[in-house]
Design a protein around this ligand. Structure first.
Ligand SMILES: [Zn+2]
Length: 339
């Protein structure tokens, strides 16, 4: 590896233009930070007090059906709502705008303890198909211009309910991260007639340093510009705007990629690995987004053990993210945990 990458340097995220400071020599420093207690994992199929388990009542008093695979409902505490006051607020230098949207919860399985890593391929395929149909349905609504599919897993990520589930937030305004990526995708596609991620994964496959897993349709890798210690991306080889057109063979390969990375994560520190995972896709405002290449990112907070997590504080809050373990080292450790 180039000597530049062995001492302190700054890496650029080609999808957003943002930067991360990498300090490889700091991995040796003594740790005096917080030790978090392991959460006790109970492996039960059904929890009578869980608001996501089949047949149970939720805060709204609605009762969940006795569902068999996935189950979707509108969030009882939705941050975004379809009906509300419309308009703009302007007063001196202060400015605000109303925002409409829809927040849904997607239960991945009726089994209270069955995480993505423990599901079989067939069960993960059903989740992907649910994401597809929800995406299609929401994208047809005239006031929905962007759809975010995500999963927060583990207490550490603010998810107090272990029942396997994710969320979908759909909204009127195209959010910051998507504006940045849209610009980069469009700029590259205009010049090269290929998506920036198509060329990027080709380079990663050739270099084989940050690659974790590859099948016919997908790669899983630690991006060169990763911010979180064990951050990864699932990237489809075929650069399309969103997940709605994936055929059944591609869905199977996507499910295999999800199963592989989530299983690897659980083996790293021998605990159910916490993370935020999300799918970035092109906006749904009816414009053309040639060059947009959907992808899924995993942002896990753990750093050096099941109890030591990375904090984004101080320099990172005020300047830019910083990491000690290099993406190459993280990729090496992740590859060692492949079954
Ligand atoms: Zn449950």
């Amino acid at each position: 590896m180039d000597t530049i990458l062995k001492s302190t340097h700054i890496r650029k995220n080609i999808l957003t233009g943002e930067k991360v400071l990498v300090s490889p020599h700091r991995t040796q420093r003594p740790w005096q930070g917080k030790m978090e207690e392991d959460s006790i994992q109970l492996n039960i199929d059904y929890d009578p007090s869980c608001y996501l388990c089949p047949g149970n009542s939720r805060a709204s008093q609605d009762k969940n059906p006795h569902y068999h695979d996935t189950f979707v409902f509108t969030n009882d505490y939705a941050a975004l709502k379809p009906e509300q006051t419309q308009g703009e607020y302007k007063k001196g230098l202060l400015n605000a705008q109303s925002e409409k949207g829809i927040c849904k919860v997607v239960c991945f399985s009726p089994n209270h303890s069955l995480t993505l890593s423990k599901m079989n391929i067939d069960e993960i395929e059903k989740i992907i198909k649910t994401w597809q149909s929800e995406f299609k349905e929401l994208s047809e609504l005239s006031f929905i211009n962007y759809i975010q599919i995500f999963e927060n897993r583990g207490d550490i990520m603010g998810c107090s309910n272990p029942h396997p589930h994710g969320q979908i937030w759909a909204q009127e305004t195209i959010p910051n991260e998507i504006i940045k990526k849209t610009d980069k995708f469009s700029e590259y596609y205009t010049k090269h007639d290929k998506t920036i991620l198509e060329d990027y994964i080709e380079q990663e496959i050739n270099e084989n340093e940050r690659l974790i897993y590859e099948n016919e349709d997908f790669v899983v890798l630690v991006p060169f510009w990763a911010v979180w210690p064990f951050e990864t991306m699932i990237v489809p080889k075929n650069g399309v705007e969103n997940i709605s057109q994936l055929d059944s063979a591609t869905i199977t390969n996507y499910a295999k990629a999800i199963k592989t990375i989530t299983s690897i994560y659980d083996k790293i520190f021998d605990v159910p690995f916490p993370y935020s995972a999300g799918i970035h896709q092109a906006p749904t405002d009816g414009q053309s987004y040639e060059g947009w290449h959907w992808h899924m990112s995993f942002f896990p907070p753990l750093l050096r053990s099941a109890t030591i997590k990375k904090f984004m504080v101080g320099y990172e809050m005020f300047v830019m993210p910083q990491r000690d373990i290099t993406p190459e080292k993280a990729a090496e450790l992740l590859r060692k945990s492949i079954l």
